[in-house]
Design a protein around this ligand. Sequence first.
Ligand SMILES: Cc1cc2nc3c(=O)[nH]c(=O)nc-3n(C[C@H](O)[C@H](O)[C@H](O)COP(=O)(O)OP(=O)(O)OC[C@H]3O[C@@H](n4cnc5c(N)ncnc54)[C@H](O)[C@@H]3O)c2cc1C
Length: 352
Amino acid sequence: MKTDVLIIGAGLTGLLLAYRLKKSGISVKVVEANYRVGGRIHTISSKNETPIEMGATWFGVHHQNLIQLLEELELPIFEQFMEGTALFEPLSTAPPQKIQLPTNQQPSYRIQHGTSTIIHKLSSCLNTSELLLNEQVTRIEHRNDELIITTNLTSYKSKKVVSTLPPRLLLNTIQIQPQLPNELVDIANKTHTWMGESVKFGISYEKPFWKENQYSGTVFSNVGPITELYDHSNVENSRFALKGFLQNGMSEYSKEQRISKVFNQLEKLFGNDALNYLAYEDVLWKNEPYTSFPSSEFIFPHQNNGHPYYQKGYFDNSLFIGGTETSPEHGGYMEGAIKSAQYLSKKIIPLL
Ligand SMILES: Cc1cc2nc3c(=O)[nH]c(=O)nc-3n(C[C@H](O)[C@H](O)[C@H](O)COP(=O)(O)OP(=O)(O)OC[C@H]3O[C@@H](n4cnc5c(N)ncnc54)[C@H](O)[C@@H]3O)c2cc1C
């Protein structure tokens, strides 16, 4: 049977678009290459069931569409803990400095019980014939007024297709027939994939030693390997963790080497307490499948996000290119993914 809309990718854009279209009575199929939903949203349960965000975590009051969606889905939020002394490492030859962060900063928020709750809430409205995991789309063909989508397992026919892959990944990993305009291919190849090379890590602890010593857990470092660190305890304050980013170059080291370097730095910052941990987790996003496509040229952060070529339909308005990087506002962020899904649902619903 032909589906009205086949969506490639079960990240935030794909799942929200499917949710909106299905509510409007349109038949959908979401095809996801990975074994899990969520894409760049990935909450893991560390030792002692401490939830740790390996992908998207924070948002602010300016992310209005995300806040409205969380209200609609009845998912509560909480403020990022920042109280206490922060630490700043300006130079490897100077000791860490204690700093008090200004209190008038706009706070950041997190989703209670993890960012993935938004993904699970959206995907729960899809049945097993509407959400297909472990199926990588390899080809899209426009033939005789219909689209034929080939995966590693089978093929589907659909009236409309929406890709939610970062544009550079789409154009380099899915064969599209007939070819898309050269100008679009060129722009897609120069569109940055937000956080595609980042290294995120989290450490769970039995006790929040940093809070007990009047530290917020916040660290900014020019020295590394940790560049940023924050308290990552759960909303109930019953599971404790620190979480942050490592220098991108850390992906060249083995996990043992990364662990050794991270704890050397933490010991210097917080003393022996930091070594008494439950579990260390990290994700090297550049090695994560189906996330980004490597480039030998430097692409500036957010370069070409929201380009006008992404606002058009292709093959007589049957193929659309979505995903957070295609949003003219907040491209790269969860807010951009939501705006992309909303833009596409408004565009596609009247066509069907
Ligand atoms: C480490 C990190 C930290 C971040 N922190 C924040 C933050 O604090 N705040 C914030 O707002 N945003 C943050 N982001 C960005 C946020 O995660 C993204 O904006 C958002 O999740 C993008 O959603 P998306 O659906 O557009 O794309 P994606 O999540 O990339 O979804 C694309 C989907 O397509 C699938 N796919 C790929 N190829 C194929 C194929 N051939 N066939 C089928 N499926 C395929 C992928 O597996 C994936 O599920 C962060 C991202 C990362 C990686």
